[in-house]
Structure formats: C-alpha cells, structure tokens
Design a protein. Structure first.
Length: 633
C-alpha cells in the first residue's frame, strides 16, 4: 500500500473511532426518550461499535487497501442505523418515537459529510438508509398521515441536500487531489532534474568518469576521514604516455576515443575494488582508493598500468620501443609524515608521476620521502632556492598576450625559470611547491615583480606585464606595501602591472587575502583570475572579488572541437561577460584556435601559436597581423 493510502486509512480510522464514541453516547438519549427498550438499543449500539472497530483494526494491521476502510465505514453507517432502529421500534413511547425517528437523518449525513467516502459509495449508503426508513414506516404504530408525510419529506430533503453538498465537497476534494498530484509530480521532476544536473556537474563530459570538481570533493572527504579516523587512502595520478603525439598523428577524434577507452577500462577494473577514477586534466586521470599499506598501493598501481597496456590501443608514433598506448602512474598514500594539508599528498603523487615519466614511462612510482629524486623536500632544491636570486640561478621569460581584434600585443606574462648550480633546469612544478613550503616564494615573488618592472615595463617594451602570485604571498604581512615600494622605485604605474591568482587556491573566508587584494587594487594593479574552470570555487571567486580579467583554462579550448565542449566554452564566456569582465583564453596552439577566438569575439589570447615564452633578450613588442602565425617578442 502506498504511503498516501496508509495515511488515508489512519485518518479514516481516527474518524471512525470518533463516530463510534458519539454513537455510543447517544445511548443516553435512548435511556431518556425510550426507556422501556433502552437496554436493548444500547446493547445493539455496543455490538455494532465493537464489531466495526474490530474490523477496522484488522484492516490497519494487515495494511489493507484504503477502499476496504471506506467500505467498512459505509457498512458501519448502515449497521448503526439498523442496530438502533430495530430495538427502538419496540418502544411503547410512540409519541416520543415519532420525533425521535428524525435523528435517523444523522446517519444519512454521516455517510455524505463526515466520512471520506467515494461519492457513489456515500450516495448508495445514504440511499440505503432512506430505503430502510421507508420500510420502517410500515411498522411504526399509530403514525398519522400528516406525521408520516412530514417524516418522509424531511428524510428526502436531508438525502437530497446532503447528497448535493457531498457532490460539491467531492468535486473540491478532487480538485485538491489533482493539485496535490501535480505539485507532487512537479516536485518529483524537479528532484530528478536536480539529480541529473548534479550528476552532470560532477561528470566529465567526454569520458563519463568523475570530473575535477567531483574529484576535489571526494578528496576532501577522504582527507577528513584520514584526519578524523585515521582511514588511510592513496592518490594515483595516471598520465597517458606521448598523448600529444597520438593526437597529432591520429587526430583529435581518435584521441578522444583513446581517453574514453582508458577511462572505461580503469572504471571497470576499479569498481569491484571500491576505488574511484576521475579525469584530472587533458590526458591525466586520478585514482582514489582506500589502502592499508605500501604493498597494496604498488600492487594497485601496477594493475592500473597493466590494464591500459592490455587494451593494445595502437600507438606506433612513439619512439621508445612501444607500439601501444601506455600510462605512467605516480602514487602517494597517507602516512604519519604526510602533513596537515590535502595539497601535500597531491604534490607527492605528482612528483612520483614526474619520476615515472623521467624513468622511461609505462611504469609506476611510489612517492618516497627519503628519495632525493622524488621528494619535494630534498635539500638540493631547497638550497638552490635559497641562493637562486644572488647567484642568478633564476630568470624570467615572457610570453605575449595578444589582442585578437587588433592583432597587437597588449602585454606579456612573466614566467619564472630556475636552474640548479650545475645548470640542470627545474620545471616550475618542481620548485614552486618547495618554494611555497619553505617560504622562499616570498623573496622570489618580490624579485619577479621587480624584475618584470625593470626589464619590460620601465623601458617601455610592453604596455603591461602579468605576474603569478601565490596565496602565501597574499597572506604575508606587508606584501602590498612591498609592491608599492617596488612601483615607486622603478617608476612604473600600478596600472601596467597585473597579478594572476589561480582559481584552485582555496581562500574562502580569508579576510587577510581579501584585504591584501583590495590594497593592491588601490595601487592600480589589475587582478586577474587564472585557470578559471579548473578549481572548485570559480563562481564564488567571481562573486567575492572584482577581477579585471578572467583567464579561461586551456583545457576548455582543447575540448571546443566537440559540439558539447564548444557549448560549454560559450556558456563560460557568456557567464564572464555578464559580469562585465575581460576574457583571456590561453593555450592557442593552432590557426583553428585563432579562428575560433574571432568567432567567439574573444578580446585577448595567449599560446604557442601566438608566441612562445622567450627571455628578455628576444622581447620585441610590435604590431602583428590579425591572423598572425608567429609573434616575435
């Protein structure tokens, strides 16, 4: 029985109990008006009451359909009338009984008004009572013709009136029922749409596995369980080897099919293990799994690698002796030394993945905090960072930012590069996390701002320069004051400087960060939102801060070759424009990308097709054609 049916039966049951109590209380009027047969009438009342309530309790206990409770109520009304009428007709108080018979219409009204019966059942019940009344008139002694006519007219009037009122009530009840059904249907559809949108917002549109947003949420859940209950877990980053070569040779559609096949194979393999897989970037996946130790992590990572290799997806453009698509796996798992921040384990997995790729790919590596080649705490990088500025181990390269409408270069992005003492270059992915963890980013960050001002802004080589700024810098006291000093000493107005803040930084509720950004804006410095769409708080950021420009992550441009990907890119562009902000799309690598920028009316673009990052010696800002293939700096 449905929940609504159970509720209706319970309501009918309560109503019947009340009716039975009133029915028994009318035994008092029996004792007063027809005392000679009162005992028989009262006894009949109790027999009817006990019988019908027993039946009703059985219906409730057995969860019988609601129609049986309605039928029970109808039978109760008829039985109650007969049970009272037959003993009452034996009274010798004839004069009193003639008027007492009028109370029989109460049963008729109860059938039509006081029970939630179907209209036809109600009318049939009250009609049955009317017929019983007509029949009883033949057995009532010494009833005058006028009295008989009055009783008949009264009963017929009550029958007609209560039946009409019942019909109107049922009509209203039916309308209420329809409205309730419609509201319930709309609520159900709304919940379904909400669930569908929730699934869509958490699903990668291409592969069908979790997207970055869902992965971030699940990561936080895993991390909370680790912090609160000590439930350990592993993070594995899975990168498809030589995927760019695969895309370039076989085409983007084949590349998409490759990613779908890899994602599907990983999902099917991990499902029985209660592990999850998500797409973390273009050709990078992430696997989260509960683990109990090092051996289990390594075994699972090897199964992941072997699963993809067993797909035997042809990739004969690679030059490493392999002819099929493979993956490199970097893994890390929670340990006592993991540290208090979730980002730590992601960085560890990323470093392990870098090690796997550096060791020939198609292999697995587990982060080892004691291994200087994979540890992000190794003393070599930390020592290099401490001496980087004074020993000229760090320098800036500049990548042009082009106005897609006029073809002119409107600025450059300043990118930091670092080399070891022996000349070995280090990627930002290697030294930036160490710099942030050790605090070296504070000195390096101010150095980068000063160098960008003196190298390109003060000489007038670029109208604007952007510099990436980390959360560590924004949280440090005196950062805005230090920047103000740099601007004053170099003679560069703040309006020529832009700070790029990555969306992935979680700074919700960080009042000191908000205050610092406000102070920077007061200096005229433009605040740009970098990598929009890849983090978990993009919309919140647009609401919290008055950004000057929003940089859309390159992954959306790469996906724009598909209708669904293009639609998503257009939605993001529309959202940003509605906020009145400038748009810069990075990752322009082909002429098709440039054409798409013109179609979408994008103001600013950046990417290898327009110009690669180059040292200051090669910077030459000049006007370029609207559809330039190369931009010299």
């Amino acid at each position: 029985m449905s929940e609504r049916g159970e509720a209706q039966v319970r309501e009918t049951r309560r109503g019947l109990w009340l009716a039975v109590i009133v029915y028994l209380l009318f035994g008092i009027s029996d004792a007063i008006l027809i005392p000679d047969v009162a005992m028989q009438a009262i006894a009949a009342r109790f027999v009817v009451a006990i019988s019908v309530m027993t039946v009703m309790e059985i219906l409730v206990a057995t969860r019988a359909p609601s129609k049986w409770s309605d039928i029970t109520c109808a039978v109760t009304v008829v039985a109650g009338y007969i049970g009272w009428l037959i003993p009452a007709m034996e009274t010798t108080a004839v004069e009193t009984f003639r008027f007492y018979m009028l109370f029989g219409t109460i049963f008729m009204m109860s059938a039509n008004l006081f029970f939630n019966l179907f209209f036809r059942l109600s009318v049939a019940t009250s009609a049955t009572i009317l017929m019983i009344f007509f029949t009883s008139l033949a057995f009532v002694p010494a009833l005058e013709q006028n009295q008989r006519l009055v009783l008949i007219l009264f009963y017929i009037s009550c029958f007609a009136f209560t039946s009409y009122v019942n019909w109107k009530l049922n009509e209203e009840r039916y309308n209420v029922f329809l409205n309730a059904r419609e509201a319930a249907h709309q609520h159900e559809e709304s919940e379904k749409r909400g669930a569908a949108l929730e699934r869509l917002s958490n699903t990668d549109y291409l592969t069908g596995v979790d997207n970055r947003r869902a992965v971030d949420k699940r990561l936080r859940e895993y991390w909370s369980n680790w912090q609160d209950a000590g439930t350990s877990f592993a993070v594995m980053l899975v990168d498809v080897d030589f995927f760019k070569k695969y895309n370039d040779f076989y085409g983007h559609q084949a590349g998409d099919r490759c990613l779908v096949m890899v994602a599907s194979a990983l999902s099917d393999m991990l499902k029985p293990l209660h592990a999850t897989v998500g797409r973390y970037g273009g050709e990078e996946f992430i696997v989260l799994s509960r683990v109990t130790g090092r051996e289990q992590v390594m075994a699972l990572a090897e199964v992941i690698r072997a699963t993809v290799e067993d797909l035997a997806i042809v990739h004969d453009q690679r030059r490493d002796g392999q002819a099929v698509v493979t993956v490199s796996v970097g893994a890390a798992y929670t340990r006592a030394q993991t540290g208090p921040k979730l980002e730590r384990i992601i960085n560890e997995a990323d470093r392990a993945l870098y090690s796997a790729k550096a060791n020939g790919r198609n292999c697995v590596r587990l982060f080892d905090p004691n291994d200087p080649l994979s540890s992000d705490d190794n003393e070599n990088i930390a020592a290099t960072l401490r001496m980087a500025v004074r020993n000229d181990l760090v320098h800036l390269v500049y990548q042009p930012i082009q106005n897609m409408r006029t073809g002119r270069v409107e600025g450059v992005e300043s990118l930091m590069r670092l080399k070891m003492v022996d000349g070995t270059p280090l990627s930002p992915a290697q030294f930036i996390p160490v710099a942030e963890r050790t605090g070296a980013i504070l000195e390096l960050g101010l150095w980068a701002i000063r160098r960008a001002c003196t190298e390109v802004l003060a000489p007038g080589l670029a109208p604007l320069a952007s510099v990436n700024v980390s959360a560590i810098q924004l949280k440090s006291r005196g950062f805005a004051l230090a920047v103000s000093t740099i601007l004053e000493e170099t003679g560069v107005p703040g309006s020529q400087l832009a700070f790029e803040i990555t969306e992935g930084i979680d700074m919700e509720g960080q009042s000191d960060v908000i205050r610092c950004i406000t102070d920077l804006q007061a200096l005229g410095i433009r605040i740009w939102l970098d990598d929009f769409g890849t983090g978990f708080a993009g919309l919140s950021w647009l609401r919290l801060f008055p950004f000057d420009t929003v940089k859309i992550d390159r992954s959306f441009l790469q996906d724009a070759r598909r209708p669904a990907g293009r639609a998503m890119l257009e939605d993001i562009i529309r959202l940003i424009r509605n906020r009145g902000l400038k748009i810069l799309i990075e990752g322009l690598e082909t002429a098709d990308h440039v054409d798409l920028m013109h179609e979408l009316g994008i103001e600013l673009g950046q990417g290898y097709y327009l110009g690669r990052p180059v040292p200051i010696e090669e910077v030459r800002i000049k006007a370029v054609p609207r559809l330039a293939t190369v931009v010299s700096l």
